[in-house]
Design a protein around this ligand. Structure first.
Ligand code: FAD
Length: 453
């Protein structure tokens, strides 16, 4: 009798322990369940849905080339899978562990109905397994990484199986087009199409290209105008490439590749945090953030979302995000800090906007980074350290980046582009929503108020 492989954010054939184990046991039925009810408010956002559509299409094509296919069904995961088991006579369901709270609940519910075998494979080490000497989870990244690093390298990745054993009769599948994951009118996905190739082949191509300059990562990664980072984040999020594949492809590159491997470790760290605190995306971990006097200013929020704050580096980042579904990490930090400290808007508004617009929107990574920027997270970053966006912009040489994403400013010289004076600011570029010094004072006053209430 067949074995079902329940795929979620692990849309690949290589180094896929659930698929490999199922294939050793009998005919395999690869299944993707479109379950929007389980994540609730964290159902995939617009950019993620676009990616998911193309990733599923690519996976189906890769499966078909190996004598298999992807079965698509909609509904509550545990109900759909139980039904498919009785329809096909499947004995077992294999899947990779996922750590979003809704997936853990669905796994528990499913395990009560069918034989569910969960495998590790989306992280360098099983989240929750890297602990202090006393067996407690690490709160801070650096000692966490030191401990995880000791356990590396991860096992070498398994290649794609040449053929997958197929059942004598395939169960029915829904049509991907009927799920309407792609935007219709207006179709805003042109920039995404230009930038990305979702799917396992697209991920492998990115990894191969990055491996060639991985040695120079440390120097290049902070400059948004340079392609110095891997741009693997959506491929890693959707599991089109495994962290072990990434590790083994670059580990011998030399130079500063160690810094890059440490970034891969951040994914593991973030999963550990949401395992401990499942509501991390909505609940600040520290006092006094439960009673912080956030401003509810729709016009400011909208100006930030649209890249019209009057701070060129922030606007460039927000427009890059809107166009391509991705933003450079240094600029994510600047733009996020600007929302929280300069505009004094609740970090959860930012978390939600990123969730909808990033192709790499990831429950753990997004929440951990937003809480870190806000200073409300388990890992401490002080709220009172207010990042200066204009200084950051010139320090990290963002002139070319600004010219690309804020064309109104393209003709300004380097000396003016980071902070255009009223004399040179074009009429179609907005004034600053608030001056840096004033914003800083307002943020510090809000902090004092929150502490004393
Ligand atoms: P590289 O520099 O090439 O790093 C390689 C990989 O390491 C990334 O693909 C990613 O998987 C991981 N990584 C790197 N930095 C981090 C980090 N700080 N935290 C967690 N993982 C990291 N990353 C997401 O994947 N999803 C998110 O939703 C997300 N939201 C963010 C929100 C804010 C406010 C900030 C400041 C950062 C956020 N990040 C998020 C982290 C980081 O910005 C992106 O992972 C990175 O920019 C992706 O580009 P890259 O693949 O070229 O990264």
């Amino acid at each position: 009798s067949p074995v079902i492989v329940w795929l979620r954010r692990d849309l690949r054939l290589a180094d896929q322990p659930a698929l490999a184990e199922a294939a050793r046991k009998g005919p395999v039925i690869p299944l993707y369940v479109h379950d929007d009810a389980a994540p609730g408010a964290h159902r995939p956002g617009g950019a993620s849905r676009w990616w998911l559509h193309h990733s599923l299409a690519s996976l189906d094509a890769d499966l078909r080339a190996r004598g298999s296919r992807l079965i698509l069904r909609r509904g509550r995961s545990e109900e759909v899978i139980e039904r498919l088991c009785s329809e096909t006579g499947a004995r077992e369901v294999h899947a990779l562990h996922h750590y979003e709270p809704w997936w853990r609940q669905a796994e528990d519910a499913l395990a009560r109905r069918v034989t569910l075998c969960l495998h590790h494979g989306n992280y360098l080490a099983p989240p929750g397994s890297v602990t202090t000497g006393a067996g407690a989870p690490y709160k801070i990244y650096t000692p966490f990484w030191r401990a995880l690093r000791e356990r590396m390298p991860p096992p070498p990745p398994e290649p794609i199986p040449e053929r997958l054993p197929a059942p004598s009769e395939w169960p029915g599948s829904e049509k991907l087009e009927d799920w309407a994951l792609l935007p219709s009118a207006p179709d805003w996905s042109g920039g995404l199409r230009e930038t990305w190739k979702p799917g396992e082949n697209g991920g492998a191509a990115r990894l191969e290209a990055f491996a060639e300059h991985a040695a120079a990562y440390e120097r290049a990664r902070n400059c948004p105008g340079v392609e110095g980072t891997s741009m693997l984040s959506p491929h890693l999020h959707f599991g089109e490439v495994s962290p072990a594949q990434v590790w083994h492809a670059v580990a011998d590159a030399g130079g500063s590749v160690g810094t890059f491997l440490g970034e891969i470790g951040w994914r593991d760290y973030a999963q550990g945090v949401i395992l401990q605190s499942p509501d991390y995306a909505t609940k600040p971990a520290r006092d006094p953030f439960g009673r912080f006097p956030w401003r509810r200013n729709k016009a400011d929020l909208r100006a930030w979302q649209r890249g019209l704050t009057g701070y060129p580096i922030v606007d460039a980042g927000m427009r890059q995000l809107w166009h391509s579904g991705w933003m450079h990490n240094r600029v994510r930090m600047i733009a996020a800090s600007f929302l929280v400290k300069h505009l004094l808007i609740d970090w959860r508004e930012g978390e939600r906007w990123f969730w909808d617009t990033l192709v790499d929107a990831d429950y753990g990574n997004n929440a951990v980074n937003w809480q870190w920027i806000a200073g409300s997270g388990v890992d401490s970053n002080m709220f009172v350290r207010v990042m200066a966006p204009l200084t950051q912009s010139s320090k990290f040489d963002a002139a070319a980046y600004i010219r690309e994403w804020v064309p109104e400013l393209a003709d300004l010289p380097d000396g003016e582009i980071h902070d255009p004076s009223p004399l040179v600011r074009p009429a179609n570029y907005p004034e600053k929503r608030i001056e840096h010094r004033q914003a800083r004072e307002r943020a510090l006053a809000a902090w004092q108020q929150a502490k004393s209430t």
